[in-house]
Ligand binder design. Structure first.
Ligand SMILES: O=C(O)CCC(=O)C(=O)O
Ligand SMILES: [Fe+2]
Length: 274
């Protein structure tokens, strides 16, 4: 086995390799219920404290070689605006994000995080949570697994994910800010709901309270594994306050095997092609 997941995760609570375990069945059915109701499932205390500490040390070591960038983008993660539409159309309002990315090839093979990601048990567990017939790790040598580091004032502004779901695990929470906020089912396939998107974007810029617009916040703690369906639910990570960085890992999966990022995406997220 590629590293023993039993030493990396809280195996009593999440016996991911025991397909017949009642504990596992309960975890899966609770998470599926949460995904069904809110599009997000939180699995608290998933990673063991020693593995979290080691991953933070590994992150700090790799940080000088990370790709750090600030970008302006629309909520649709496009860099160009649409000149045909009015300036304050939801498709044209600009958001600003900045963070650092440590790519998969910069994460040590024998690190607990990499061992967890490379284990077939973990891929199968995520597949069961998402109730899919098949699931594969992304094959991309840079983009399959990454560490995202948000330093003071960094954040990830409002966006819809391009993919259907994202799997993340928080490693270090900042002193302030860095909150994960989302508007469940902002849009649906066939209804872009531009009015609500625009209202949220403009209210955020004006620093208004967004709870009346349906905004929710997920209480992520270090060790929490998150499954989030972010394709139709706009979401953001608020700017970091204080000296302590927010560190989160993104575990990428695909419904098909052998999926690689295209050159544009590699440049955008990793700043290099290889
Ligand atoms: O950092 C997070 O909690 C969420 C990240 C996210 O939304 C993304 O990577 O698309
Ligand atoms: Fe996202």
């Amino acid at each position: 086995m590629a590293g023993d997941v039993r030493n990396i995760i809280n195996y009593q609570r999440y016996p991911i390799a025991e397909s017949k375990s009642h504990i596992l069945q309960e975890v899966i059915s609770r998470a599926r219920g949460e995904l069904n109701d809110n599009g997000i499932a939180l699995l608290r205390d998933f990673m063991l404290p020693w593995a979290i500490r080691q991953t933070i040390i590994d992150t700090e070591e790799a940080l000088p070689d990370a790709f750090c960038k600030a970008v302006d983008h629309t909520i649709y993660l496009e860099e160009c605006q649409d000149s045909v539409l009015e300036k304050d159309h939801a498709r044209n309002i600009l958001c600003r994000s900045s963070k650092c990315c440590i790519a998969h090839d910069q994460i040590k093979t024998n690190s607990p995080l990499n061992q967890l990601y490379m284990s077939s048990e973990m891929t199968n567990f995520v597949r069961l949570l998402l109730n899919k017939d098949a699931l594969y790790r992304t094959a991309d040598p840079l983009g399959a697994l990454s560490l995202q580091v948000y330093r003071k004032n960094d954040g990830l502004d409002w966006h819809f994910d391009r993919g259907e779901f994202a799997v993340t695990l928080l490693l270090q929470a900042p002193e302030g800010g860095g909150r994960f906020q989302y508007i469940p089912s902002t849009r649906s396939d066939g209804n872009e709901n531009y009015d609500l998107v625009k209202q949220v974007l403009l209210a955020s810029k004006a620093g208004k309270d967004l709870s009346a617009l349906g905004m929710k916040e997920a209480d992520l703690q270090p060790g929490t594994l998150v499954i989030f369906c972010g394709h139709n639910s706009m979401h953001r990570v608020t700017p970091i306050e204080g000296k302590k960085s927010r560190i989160i890992t993104v575990l990428s999966y695909e419904k098909r095997p052998d999926v690689y990022l295209n050159e544009y995406t590699r440049m955008k997220f990793c700043g290099r092609l290889k």
